[in-house]
Design a protein around this ligand. Structure first.
Ligand code: NAD
Length: 262
Protein backbone atom coordinates (compact mmCIF):
# COMPACT_ATOMS: atom_id res chain seq x y z
CA UNK A 1 0.00 0.00 0.00
CA UNK A 2 1.42 3.37 -0.91
CA UNK A 3 0.26 6.87 -1.60
CA UNK A 4 -0.06 7.36 -5.35
CA UNK A 5 -1.31 10.57 -6.97
CA UNK A 6 0.05 10.28 -10.52
CA UNK A 7 -2.16 11.97 -13.07
CA UNK A 8 -3.91 14.11 -10.42
CA UNK A 9 -3.99 17.88 -10.58
CA UNK A 10 -3.68 19.49 -7.16
CA UNK A 11 -4.08 23.12 -6.06
CA UNK A 12 -2.73 24.38 -2.74
CA UNK A 13 -3.71 27.87 -1.59
CA UNK A 14 -1.16 29.60 0.60
CA UNK A 15 1.29 27.08 -0.84
CA UNK A 16 4.33 29.33 -1.02
CA UNK A 17 5.27 28.94 2.66
CA UNK A 18 5.01 26.79 5.75
CA UNK A 19 2.38 24.07 5.87
CA UNK A 20 1.11 24.81 2.34
CA UNK A 21 4.55 24.54 0.80
CA UNK A 22 5.20 21.25 2.60
CA UNK A 23 1.80 19.97 1.40
CA UNK A 24 2.55 21.04 -2.17
CA UNK A 25 5.87 19.20 -2.02
CA UNK A 26 4.30 16.09 -0.48
CA UNK A 27 1.58 15.94 -3.16
CA UNK A 28 4.22 16.41 -5.88
CA UNK A 29 6.35 13.66 -4.30
CA UNK A 30 3.33 11.35 -4.65
CA UNK A 31 3.16 12.14 -8.37
CA UNK A 32 0.55 14.93 -8.52
CA UNK A 33 0.91 17.93 -10.79
CA UNK A 34 0.76 20.74 -8.21
CA UNK A 35 -0.29 24.36 -8.52
CA UNK A 36 0.46 26.88 -5.79
CA UNK A 37 -2.04 29.72 -5.48
CA UNK A 38 -0.54 32.45 -3.30
CA UNK A 39 -0.11 36.22 -3.09
CA UNK A 40 2.06 37.72 -5.83
CA UNK A 41 4.63 38.99 -3.28
CA UNK A 42 5.26 35.37 -2.21
CA UNK A 43 6.31 34.45 -5.78
CA UNK A 44 4.19 31.31 -6.16
CA UNK A 45 5.68 30.44 -9.59
CA UNK A 46 9.23 30.51 -8.25
CA UNK A 47 8.37 28.49 -5.16
CA UNK A 48 6.56 25.81 -7.14
CA UNK A 49 9.31 25.60 -9.77
CA UNK A 50 11.58 24.31 -6.96
CA UNK A 51 9.72 20.97 -7.09
CA UNK A 52 8.48 21.00 -10.69
CA UNK A 53 5.08 22.55 -9.95
CA UNK A 54 3.27 25.61 -11.31
CA UNK A 55 2.21 28.80 -9.58
CA UNK A 56 -0.39 31.51 -9.93
CA UNK A 57 -0.73 34.83 -8.07
CA UNK A 58 -3.99 34.72 -6.15
CA UNK A 59 -5.64 36.64 -3.32
CA UNK A 60 -8.11 34.11 -1.89
CA UNK A 61 -10.11 36.97 -0.35
CA UNK A 62 -11.08 37.97 -3.88
CA UNK A 63 -13.36 35.41 -5.56
CA UNK A 64 -12.56 36.79 -9.04
CA UNK A 65 -8.88 36.18 -8.40
CA UNK A 66 -9.56 32.56 -7.35
CA UNK A 67 -11.88 31.95 -10.33
CA UNK A 68 -9.31 33.36 -12.77
CA UNK A 69 -6.62 31.07 -11.30
CA UNK A 70 -8.80 27.96 -11.73
CA UNK A 71 -9.27 29.02 -15.37
CA UNK A 72 -5.49 28.87 -15.74
CA UNK A 73 -4.86 25.67 -13.76
CA UNK A 74 -7.88 23.77 -15.05
CA UNK A 75 -10.22 21.64 -12.93
CA UNK A 76 -8.34 20.20 -9.97
CA UNK A 77 -8.70 16.66 -8.60
CA UNK A 78 -7.36 17.83 -5.24
CA UNK A 79 -7.72 21.21 -3.51
CA UNK A 80 -6.04 22.18 -0.28
CA UNK A 81 -7.66 25.37 1.09
CA UNK A 82 -4.83 26.37 3.36
CA UNK A 83 -4.17 30.13 3.03
CA UNK A 84 -4.41 31.84 6.40
CA UNK A 85 -3.29 34.76 8.53
CA UNK A 86 -3.32 35.47 12.26
CA UNK A 87 -3.42 38.73 14.17
CA UNK A 88 -2.73 38.62 17.90
CA UNK A 89 -5.13 41.03 19.63
CA UNK A 90 -7.23 40.74 22.78
CA UNK A 91 -10.99 40.64 22.32
CA UNK A 92 -11.52 44.28 23.32
CA UNK A 93 -8.49 45.43 21.31
CA UNK A 94 -9.43 43.61 18.10
CA UNK A 95 -9.87 46.27 15.45
CA UNK A 96 -12.61 46.21 12.85
CA UNK A 97 -9.91 46.07 10.14
CA UNK A 98 -8.15 43.05 11.66
CA UNK A 99 -11.46 41.23 12.17
CA UNK A 100 -12.59 41.92 8.59
CA UNK A 101 -9.29 40.95 6.97
CA UNK A 102 -8.93 37.75 9.02
CA UNK A 103 -12.44 36.66 8.08
CA UNK A 104 -11.90 37.66 4.45
CA UNK A 105 -8.77 35.51 4.10
CA UNK A 106 -9.32 32.57 6.45
CA UNK A 107 -13.05 31.96 6.19
CA UNK A 108 -14.34 33.70 3.05
CA UNK A 109 -11.10 32.75 1.25
CA UNK A 110 -11.67 29.07 2.01
CA UNK A 111 -15.33 29.43 1.03
CA UNK A 112 -14.44 30.94 -2.37
CA UNK A 113 -11.83 28.24 -2.95
CA UNK A 114 -14.07 25.34 -1.95
CA UNK A 115 -17.13 26.70 -3.77
CA UNK A 116 -15.32 27.36 -7.04
CA UNK A 117 -13.45 24.04 -6.91
CA UNK A 118 -16.64 22.12 -6.06
CA UNK A 119 -18.50 23.71 -8.98
CA UNK A 120 -15.89 22.27 -11.33
CA UNK A 121 -15.49 18.93 -9.51
CA UNK A 122 -19.26 18.32 -9.53
CA UNK A 123 -19.19 18.08 -13.33
CA UNK A 124 -16.58 15.34 -13.04
CA UNK A 125 -18.24 13.65 -10.08
CA UNK A 126 -14.97 13.22 -8.22
CA UNK A 127 -12.58 15.21 -6.09
CA UNK A 128 -10.88 15.59 -2.73
CA UNK A 129 -10.80 18.82 -0.74
CA UNK A 130 -8.75 19.37 2.41
CA UNK A 131 -9.17 22.50 4.52
CA UNK A 132 -6.52 23.61 7.00
CA UNK A 133 -8.46 24.33 10.18
CA UNK A 134 -6.75 24.22 13.61
CA UNK A 135 -6.90 22.97 17.16
CA UNK A 136 -8.14 26.57 17.62
CA UNK A 137 -11.30 25.47 15.81
CA UNK A 138 -12.12 23.82 19.15
CA UNK A 139 -10.48 25.77 21.96
CA UNK A 140 -10.26 29.42 22.93
CA UNK A 141 -6.60 30.42 22.94
CA UNK A 142 -6.45 34.06 24.13
CA UNK A 143 -5.69 37.00 21.86
CA UNK A 144 -6.91 35.21 18.75
CA UNK A 145 -10.61 36.08 18.68
CA UNK A 146 -10.82 36.69 14.93
CA UNK A 147 -8.54 33.78 14.06
CA UNK A 148 -10.33 31.31 16.32
CA UNK A 149 -13.70 32.41 14.96
CA UNK A 150 -12.59 31.71 11.41
CA UNK A 151 -11.10 28.33 12.32
CA UNK A 152 -14.29 27.28 14.11
CA UNK A 153 -16.31 28.49 11.12
CA UNK A 154 -14.28 26.35 8.74
CA UNK A 155 -15.65 23.21 10.39
CA UNK A 156 -19.17 24.31 9.42
CA UNK A 157 -17.98 24.76 5.86
CA UNK A 158 -16.26 21.36 5.81
CA UNK A 159 -19.20 19.41 7.26
CA UNK A 160 -21.82 21.10 5.10
CA UNK A 161 -19.73 20.70 1.96
CA UNK A 162 -19.05 17.03 2.80
CA UNK A 163 -22.78 16.49 3.22
CA UNK A 164 -23.72 18.17 -0.06
CA UNK A 165 -20.83 16.91 -2.17
CA UNK A 166 -20.80 13.26 -1.06
CA UNK A 167 -23.32 12.28 -3.75
CA UNK A 168 -20.88 13.69 -6.33
CA UNK A 169 -18.07 11.52 -4.89
CA UNK A 170 -16.27 14.61 -3.67
CA UNK A 171 -14.72 14.21 -0.22
CA UNK A 172 -14.17 17.20 2.09
CA UNK A 173 -12.07 16.97 5.24
CA UNK A 174 -10.14 19.19 7.63
CA UNK A 175 -6.70 18.88 9.14
CA UNK A 176 -6.44 20.55 12.53
CA UNK A 177 -2.80 21.33 13.26
CA UNK A 178 -1.59 22.18 16.74
CA UNK A 179 1.54 24.26 17.20
CA UNK A 180 3.56 23.90 13.99
CA UNK A 181 6.86 25.67 13.45
CA UNK A 182 6.35 28.15 10.58
CA UNK A 183 6.86 31.89 10.22
CA UNK A 184 3.37 32.28 11.71
CA UNK A 185 4.55 30.77 15.01
CA UNK A 186 8.32 31.40 14.94
CA UNK A 187 8.05 33.94 17.79
CA UNK A 188 6.56 31.21 20.04
CA UNK A 189 9.42 28.83 19.29
CA UNK A 190 12.18 31.39 19.90
CA UNK A 191 10.75 32.49 23.27
CA UNK A 192 11.71 29.91 25.94
CA UNK A 193 9.15 31.37 28.37
CA UNK A 194 6.42 30.51 25.89
CA UNK A 195 7.58 27.29 24.26
CA UNK A 196 8.61 25.37 27.41
CA UNK A 197 5.23 25.59 29.19
CA UNK A 198 3.34 25.24 25.91
CA UNK A 199 5.02 21.94 25.07
CA UNK A 200 4.38 20.67 28.61
CA UNK A 201 0.84 20.08 27.34
CA UNK A 202 1.89 18.10 24.25
CA UNK A 203 2.07 14.34 24.96
CA UNK A 204 4.65 13.88 22.19
CA UNK A 205 6.72 16.62 23.82
CA UNK A 206 7.61 18.68 20.75
CA UNK A 207 6.18 21.19 18.31
CA UNK A 208 5.06 19.98 14.91
CA UNK A 209 6.77 20.40 11.57
CA UNK A 210 5.06 21.49 8.34
CA UNK A 211 5.83 17.99 7.03
CA UNK A 212 3.87 16.40 9.91
CA UNK A 213 0.78 18.23 8.65
CA UNK A 214 1.60 17.74 4.96
CA UNK A 215 1.62 13.95 5.41
CA UNK A 216 -1.90 14.07 6.87
CA UNK A 217 -3.07 16.33 4.05
CA UNK A 218 -1.63 13.95 1.44
CA UNK A 219 -3.39 11.01 3.12
CA UNK A 220 -6.77 12.80 3.17
CA UNK A 221 -6.30 13.87 -0.47
CA UNK A 222 -5.51 10.32 -1.59
CA UNK A 223 -7.57 7.23 -2.31
CA UNK A 224 -6.29 5.73 0.95
CA UNK A 225 -8.92 8.00 2.55
CA UNK A 226 -11.63 6.91 0.08
CA UNK A 227 -14.22 6.39 2.86
CA UNK A 228 -13.28 9.47 4.89
CA UNK A 229 -15.32 12.64 4.49
CA UNK A 230 -16.55 15.36 6.84
CA UNK A 231 -13.75 14.40 9.22
CA UNK A 232 -11.40 16.52 11.31
CA UNK A 233 -7.94 15.08 11.80
CA UNK A 234 -5.84 16.51 14.62
CA UNK A 235 -2.13 16.77 13.88
CA UNK A 236 -1.18 18.14 17.26
CA UNK A 237 1.11 15.71 19.08
CA UNK A 238 -1.82 14.78 21.30
CA UNK A 239 -2.50 18.32 22.54
CA UNK A 240 -6.28 18.01 22.38
CA UNK A 241 -6.12 14.74 24.33
CA UNK A 242 -4.25 16.35 27.22
CA UNK A 243 -6.14 18.20 29.93
CA UNK A 244 -3.75 19.14 32.74
CA UNK A 245 -0.45 18.76 30.93
CA UNK A 246 1.78 15.75 30.39
CA UNK A 247 5.33 16.64 31.33
CA UNK A 248 6.82 17.35 34.76
CA UNK A 249 10.30 18.51 35.79
CA UNK A 250 10.49 15.58 38.21
CA UNK A 251 10.62 12.99 35.45
CA UNK A 252 11.63 14.90 32.35
CA UNK A 253 13.94 17.59 31.00
CA UNK A 254 13.45 20.18 28.29
CA UNK A 255 16.28 19.96 25.76
CA UNK A 256 16.43 21.46 22.26
CA UNK A 257 12.80 22.59 22.36
CA UNK A 258 11.64 19.09 23.27
CA UNK A 259 10.50 17.36 26.48
CA UNK A 260 12.24 14.03 27.08
CA UNK A 261 12.02 11.47 29.86
CA UNK A 262 15.18 11.36 31.95
P1 NAD B 1 2.53 30.76 6.69
O1 NAD B 1 2.41 32.22 6.97
O2 NAD B 1 3.87 30.15 6.62
O3 NAD B 1 1.73 30.39 5.35
C1 NAD B 1 0.49 30.98 5.05
C2 NAD B 1 0.44 31.21 3.55
O4 NAD B 1 -0.85 31.77 3.22
C3 NAD B 1 1.51 32.21 3.07
O5 NAD B 1 2.19 31.69 1.96
C4 NAD B 1 0.69 33.42 2.72
O6 NAD B 1 1.26 34.23 1.70
C5 NAD B 1 -0.62 32.80 2.27
N1 NAD B 1 -1.70 33.77 2.26
C6 NAD B 1 -2.02 34.67 3.23
N2 NAD B 1 -3.02 35.46 2.81
C7 NAD B 1 -3.33 35.05 1.54
C8 NAD B 1 -4.29 35.47 0.60
N3 NAD B 1 -5.11 36.50 0.85
N4 NAD B 1 -4.35 34.83 -0.60
C9 NAD B 1 -3.51 33.80 -0.87
N5 NAD B 1 -2.58 33.35 0.00
C10 NAD B 1 -2.50 33.98 1.19
O7 NAD B 1 1.65 30.05 7.84
P2 NAD B 1 1.35 28.50 8.14
O8 NAD B 1 1.64 28.32 9.57
O9 NAD B 1 1.99 27.61 7.15
O10 NAD B 1 -0.23 28.51 7.98
C11 NAD B 1 -0.91 27.75 6.97
C12 NAD B 1 -2.29 27.43 7.46
O11 NAD B 1 -2.20 26.59 8.61
C13 NAD B 1 -3.09 28.66 7.90
O12 NAD B 1 -4.44 28.50 7.51
C14 NAD B 1 -2.99 28.61 9.41
O13 NAD B 1 -4.05 29.25 10.04
C15 NAD B 1 -3.00 27.11 9.64
N6 NAD B 1 -2.48 26.68 10.93
C16 NAD B 1 -1.19 26.92 11.28
C17 NAD B 1 -0.74 26.48 12.51
C18 NAD B 1 0.69 26.71 12.98
O14 NAD B 1 0.98 26.42 14.14
N7 NAD B 1 1.59 27.18 12.14
C19 NAD B 1 -1.59 25.80 13.38
C20 NAD B 1 -2.90 25.56 12.98
C21 NAD B 1 -3.34 26.00 11.74
Amino acid sequence: MHLELSGRLAVVTGGANGIGLAAARALADCGACVWIFDLERERPSERSAEFGGRGCPVDVADPDSVAAAFEVSGTPDIVVANAGIATYQGLTETTREAWDRTLAVNLSGAFHTVRLAAERMKERRSGAIVVTASTNSFDGESDLTAYNSTKAGLLGLVRTAANELGPYRIRVNAVCPGLIRTRLTEAHFTNPEVIRPYLRHIPLGRGGTPEDVANAIAFLASDLAAYVTGATLFVDGGQMASKFGTWSDETAEFVNAEWRLR
